[in-house]
Design a protein around this ligand. Structure first.
Ligand SMILES: NC(=O)c1ccc[n+]([C@@H]2O[C@H](COP(=O)([O-])OP(=O)(O)OC[C@H]3O[C@@H](n4cnc5c(N)ncnc54)[C@H](O)[C@@H]3O)[C@@H](O)[C@H]2O)c1
Ligand SMILES: [Zn+2]
Ligand SMILES: [Zn+2]
Length: 363
């Protein structure tokens, strides 16, 4: 029997979301229906709603950072059971693409999703963001997108592991491979950037420089492990980072804003042979002109990281355990809890810089 759900739907670029009922067909083979308990509001949802990543694909069912309870399982599902608490992942390696076959499932090029099964009451096909859709009471996903977590842990905090926290922690641990005793600079201290800071702390970096243009964000960054703060609205960020690091620059820099200016700063605040990890999603607009000799002379690496190069089946349980053991601060990332009806308020608060994460919670 189809399920009637309610969710935040973006119908056209730049317009406010509609809170609407929609219908979900029963899960097919290897699919599950999930009742959402909590969903973080990631900047990427805002970009989708605003049409930053293109005007194709509307209407979208927003949200991709969610935790919930498995309510129905389709034929063939073995990795989860009805009643399990799960975090949803937007990477579920297929096992057979060229990357999976080469033993690199974290770069899977054919990540598994449910078949399109969600329709508006007018019969339009809904496009769930990143193949999930979590600003809603229920969603349908491929079973391998669901990673169980202990029901005793709070859903709001767990939901954040599904995107922002994993992206940031993974960028430090896996994309950069931060080494003990090293130095790092993080541009953009939102939910993602503060998670990079936590990842760098957990990996043993001893100098962690938070860079933002918002004094409140810098203040919060300290709670996650930043050892130095640079307000890029008031000072030259690259010069300040050089000064903090004895004139050398950092071993690792992370761009978690999505702008050309911050990427350029992240490239040139590095020490020789340093690694720059580009995390922010720029959209199609920005371009960057680079002084190539200066770039060459620094050596090192520039890499883009999607989802912190993570493997959800391996990494989500680890982050949940780190939270349980008090090593990973997720309570501080949950700035406020809101209802589905307050989705637009959550976007506005993000734009005003008032939150690291608003989390939409369902009773
Ligand atoms: N690569 C991935 O897999 C992935 C996953 C999730 C999110 N993202 C992207 O990461 C970025 C950050 O996401 P978020 O949810 O943390 O967003 P956010 O809005 O919470 O944080 C962005 C931060 O950047 C700061 N900022 C803006 N301009 C700046 C500047 N010139 N210098 C320094 N700081 C500046 C803001 O004050 C804010 O604190 C977004 O672009 C998002 O789309 C990427
Ligand atoms: Zn996200
Ligand atoms: Zn694959």
């Amino acid at each position: 029997m189809p399920t009637k759900a309610r969710g935040a739907i973006a119908r056209s670029p730049g317009q406010p979301v509609h809170i609407e009922e929609f219908m979900i067909d029963d899960p097919g083979a290897n699919e599950i229906l999930v009742r959402i308990l909590a969903s973080g509001v990631c900047h990427t949802d805002y970009g989708v709603k605003m049409g930053v990543y293109g005007s194709d694909g509307f209407p979208f069912l927003l949200g991709h950072e969610g935790a919930g309870i498995v309510e129905k399982t389709g034929p063939g599902v073995t990795n989860v059971s009805e009643g399990d608490h799960v975090i949803l992942a937007w990477r579920a390696p297929c096992g057979s693409c060229r990357f999976c076959r080469a033993g690199k499932p974290n770069f899977c090029s054919a990540s598994l999703n449910a078949q399109p099964r969600m329709k508006t009451m007018q019969g339009e096909q809904l496009n769930p963001v990143l193949g999930i859709g979590t600003f809603c009471t229920h969603t349908v996903v491929h079973a391998t997108q669901a990673i169980p977590y202990p029901a005793s842990l709070p859903a709001a905090q767990m939901s954040l592991i599904g995107c922002g926290v994993m992206t940031g922690v993974g960028a430090a641990l896996y994309a950069a491979g931060v080494e003990p005793g090293s130095s790092a600079a993080v541009f953009g201290c939102g939910g993602v950037g503060d998670s990079v800071i936590q990842g760098a702390r957990l990996a043993g970096a001893t100098t962690i420089i938070a860079v933002d243009i918002d004094p409140q964000k810098l203040e919060w960054a300290k709670d996650f492990g930043a050892t130095h703060l640079v307000n890029a609205a008031e000072q030259d960020a690259v010069a300040a980072i050089k000064e903090i690091t004895g004139g050398n620059g950092v071993n690792y820099s992370f761009e978690a804003v999505g702008s050309a200016k911050t990427l350029e700063q992240a490239l040139f605040c590095r020490d020789l042979a340093g690694t720059c990890v580009f995390i922010g999603v720029p959209g199609p607009g920005p371009t960057l002109e680079l002084p190539l000799q200066k770039f060459f002379d620094l050596g090192g690496n520039l890499c883009v990281s999607w989802y912190g190069n993570c493997l959800p089946t391996r990494d989500f349980p680890m982050l949940a355990q780190w939270y349980e053991q008090g090593q990973l601060n997720l309570d501080g990332v949950v700035s406020r809890k809101v209802s589905l009806e307050e989705t637009e308020d959550a976007f506005a608060a993000m734009e005003r810089g008032e939150t690291l994460r608003s989390v939409i919670v369902f009773d």
